[in-house]
Design a protein around this ligand. Structure first.
Ligand code: SF4
Ligand code: SF4
Length: 158
């Protein structure tokens, strides 16, 4: 850039005008800033949030446990005698702390008992709070986010 061009740019505040032109382009566009946490974001349908387990339909097959690359899941089967009539696990531990949210456990489950929810706020002060057991693993159907049979459960676009 020669000296004259630089001088013209300086006296016409060229860089400032360029900046204002960019700003004005976005003035007319809708705002993209989200007022989180007052306004909750609508997450994509297949969001892989915190895992939920429905103990009631779990058959203690341990497929999820074997599929997990991080060893986050530990399922304790009932005794052989009990298993004949009640296949639900005696205990089910899930460490969300080390979870990769890969979904391999969800895909491995033959009964669709383990699935991702849309819960994404998992910040805790104590990492132990991310270890869930049979009692604390939520299985609220309203919060459920199916990846199992997700096509059948996908919202119909109109
Ligand atoms: S989502 Fe992946 S890392 Fe997390 S518990 Fe399931 S298999 Fe393990
Ligand atoms: S794979 Fe499904 S049914 Fe089997 S132990 Fe895990 S959650 Fe239960």
């Amino acid at each position: 850039m020669n000296g004259v061009a630089r001088f013209v740019k300086m006296v016409t505040f060229w860089e400032l005008l360029k900046g204002m032109a960019i700003t004005s382009r976005f003035l007319a566009k809708p705002k993209v800033t989200e007022l989180y946490p007052d306004v909750r974001p609508v997450l994509p349908y297949r969001t892989k949030g915190r895992l939920h387990v429905e103990i009631g339909t779990c058959i203690s097959c341990r497929m999820c446990e074997k599929a997990c690359p991080e060893g986050c899941i530990k399922v304790f089967q009932p005794s052989k005698e009990v298993f004949k009539t009640d296949k639900r696990p005696v205990e089910f531990y899930l460490s969300q702390e080390h979870c990769l949210h890969c979904g391999l456990c969800v895909d491995a489950c033959p009964t669709g008992s383990i699935h991702h929810s849309q819960e994404f706020e998992m910040a805790v002060y104590n990492p132990d709070d991310l270890l869930f057991d049979k009692e604390t693993l939520p299985y609220d159907l309203d919060l459920k986010h199916f990846r199992w049979n997700w096509i059948e459960n996908a919202p119909v676009k109109k």
